[in-house]
Design a protein around this ligand. Structure first.
Ligand SMILES: C[S@@+](CC[C@H](N)C(=O)[O-])C[C@H]1O[C@@H](n2cnc3c(N)ncnc32)[C@H](O)[C@@H]1O
Length: 248
């Protein structure tokens, strides 16, 4: 019997803590795709909103971005600080209440973070991202692809090796809550609650906040990745992540 787990990233530091090398599916597929979408970051002010242990913030800083990171989980932020050799400005805080002046950043990234929040928080996070971004700057959103959560999808009906979903059947504004077990390259797993927001909410909440949609991209699970871990075998060819690029 699966139950809500309500655990935090900081409670699962062995899994989500500092890492030098890619080990999560998102490190191989999602984060490189977001980097490609942003393009040249040299000299740009970037807020990594929901930065966790700073893996993605560090990639941006290595490429020459001037990076800020915010996260509500102070335990995981300590991990980020512990490995902060690139001068990233980390601070505790929520994506739905950003402690920065308006028009502070060229780019705000919400990388694998919105799905851990309900619709109300997500709506406000978009408003805050729009406010924090300079006019003409960009807001980049990436989430596991909402297709994965549809009734009848492999993730719901059988073991797809990197993601196992168990629905709580709770429906709030068409958003279902799942317990998700997520596997890394070594077969270790982390269990967290996630919200299955429909694709149109990911787009429309951004538009309603005042952003303009520039691009939407589905990133597929590539065949070569199935060979990286014995557990990552079954899903190649499926849409794994959804990326949205908005302009402020
Ligand atoms: C999967 S991690 C992603 C980390 C980072 N963005 C990356 O891609 O490397 C998600 C992070 O989002 C944070 N988070 C979730 N909801 C948040 C909120 N409402 N405000 C601030 N941080 C949040 C969690 O604490 C966690 O550290």
């Amino acid at each position: 019997m699966w139950r809500y787990v309500m655990t935090t990233f900081g409670d699962q530091k062995e899994f989500w803590g500092h890492r030098e090398n890619p080990k999560l599916v998102g490190d191989f597929i999602n984060r490189p795709a977001v980097i490609r979408m942003i393009g040249d970051v040299k000299g740009k002010g970037i807020l990594e909103a929901g930065c966790g242990s700073g893996y993605f913030a560090s990639l941006l800083a290595q490429k020459g971005g001037i990076v800020w990171g915010i996260d509500k989980d102070t335990n995981i932020l300590r991990e980020a600080e512990r490995s902060n050799t690139l001068g990233i400005r980390y601070q505790p805080g929520c994506i739905e209440r950003l402690p920065y002046d308006d028009d502070s950043f060229d780019v705000v990234t919400l990388t694998s973070v919105l799905m851990y929040n309900d619709s109300e928080v997500m709506r406000e996070a978009y408003v805050q991202a729009w406010k924090g971004t300079k006019p003409g700057g960009r807001v980049i959103v990436s989430v596991p692809h909402p297709y994965l959560y549809l009734p009848g999808s492999m993730a719901r009906s059988e073991d797809i090796s990197w993601l196992k979903l168990n629905s709580h059947g709770t429906s709030v504004e068409r958003t279902e809550v799942f317990t998700q077990e997520y596997f890394d390259i070594h077969g270790n797993s982390s269990v967290l609650d996630v919200y299955d927001h429909p694709t149109d909410d990911y787009v429309n909440f951004g538009l309603q906040a005042g952003l303009s949609l520039l691009r939407m991209e589905s990133v597929k699970f590539p065949e070569e990745l199935t060979k990286r871990s014995p557990g990552w075998g079954k899903t190649w060819g499926y849409d794994a992540y959804l990326l949205l690029e908005f302009s402020a």
